[in-house]
Design a protein around this ligand. Structure first.
Ligand code: SAM
Length: 296
């Protein structure tokens, strides 16, 4: 009953409305995921701003939309903004789409939404597929609270810090990565999080060769060393269950455990990693303490 009541006003409201910016979700691989409402908006707005007009042109051809396309991407968004807002100013309607998925999620969109809202134009989302959410809900990992990391920063020092933060994060993390850098990312995660951390990698979501690869970092690394990564990937990493300060053992207890393991013959970097996994203290921190002690 609720569904019908909720749908009624939407059917009565004729869309697109003048002076409105529509943020439209498009398929991430399967054309069947374009909603009827998205299709109708894309056939009836005054203009469509898109990342790549050649790519979106193909989608428009399929749905038989004759609406003009204007490129809007990370290199021209500043100069395009006023041109796009003029459409709304003159009582037209505007749709924003990205190459795939939801605009604004690691795709251009946020600035245009901000600019439109700051001039009091209405902004409406026509929801559609999003790789991050799709991967999260099929991962089987906790989804009550999660963090979206998108692509990790390219600059090494910032990337390293971000990876350290992720290794300590208690919530499930969702990461985008290209196939060329997937193994490096998994190696980095393995060094910081330990091999046993739960992980699910969603490959080619909604497409013909869709698959989910898990369960631990160790297993997926082994899998991708044999099966060269190809296609699109979204990584869902389980949280650090040891990083709960209330349950943490003290620093000196963690260091004692580390010395004990080394006494038993374990190499210091491996011992630091194992104790980091067990206690939730950072491997780097444990390792640095170890060397301070040995230097004395
Ligand atoms: N805005 C998009 C969304 O809502 O999903 C994300 C765009 S981001 C530039 C592209 C990244 O999303 C890819 O490199 C990949 O990590 C992830 N992705 C997109 N499509 C995917 C798919 N079909 N399967 C798995 N991951 C995908």
């Amino acid at each position: 009953m609720d569904l019908i009541d909720d749908q009624q006003p939407q059917q009565e409201r004729s869309e697109p409305c003048p002076g409105t910016l529509y943020i439209v979700g498009t398929p991430i691989g399967n054309l069947g995921d374009l909603s009827p409402r998205a299709k109708s908006i894309l056939k009836n707005v005054s203009l469509i701003a898109c990342e790549d007009s050649r790519r979106s042109g193909k989608l428009m051809k399929i749905i038989e939309s004759k609406v003009p396309l204007l490129s809007y991407h990370k290199h021209n968004f500043k100069s395009r903004q006023s041109q796009l807002l003029e459409i709304l100013e003159s009582g037209g309607s505007l749709a924003l789409i990205s190459d795939a998925g939801l605009p604004g999620i690691n795709d251009p969109g946020q600035e245009l939404v901000h600019a439109a809202k700051s001039k009091s134009y209405e902004v409406i989302c026509i929801p559609g597929p999003c790789a991050a959410i799709t991967a999260l809900v099929i991962s089987g990992l906790p989804s009550e609270r999660f963090c979206f990391e998108g692509f990790l920063p390219k600059k090494q020092s910032i990337r390293k810090k971000r990876l350290e933060d992720i290794s300590q994060e208690q919530r499930t993390s969702v990461i985008y990565e290209s196939p060329h850098h997937l193994i490096k990312l998994l190696e980095d995660l393995s060094n910081l999080c330990g091999n046993k951390r739960p992980i699910q990698i969603a490959r080619e979501l909604t497409k013909r060769y869709e698959e989910s690869i898990g369960k631990t970092i160790e297993e997926v690394l082994r899998y991708f060393i044999v099966n060269k990564p190809k296609g699109e990937f979204t990584i869902v990493l389980g949280g650090n269950s040891n990083n709960n300060n209330n349950n943490r053992i003290s620093e000196s207890e963690a260091l004692n455990k580390l010395h004990e393991l080394i006494k038993q013959g374990e190499k210091s970097n491996i011992a630091a990693r194992k104790i980091a996994e067990e206690t939730g203290y950072e491997k780097k921190w444990l390792y640095s303490k170890l060397h301070k002690k040995l230097d004395k």
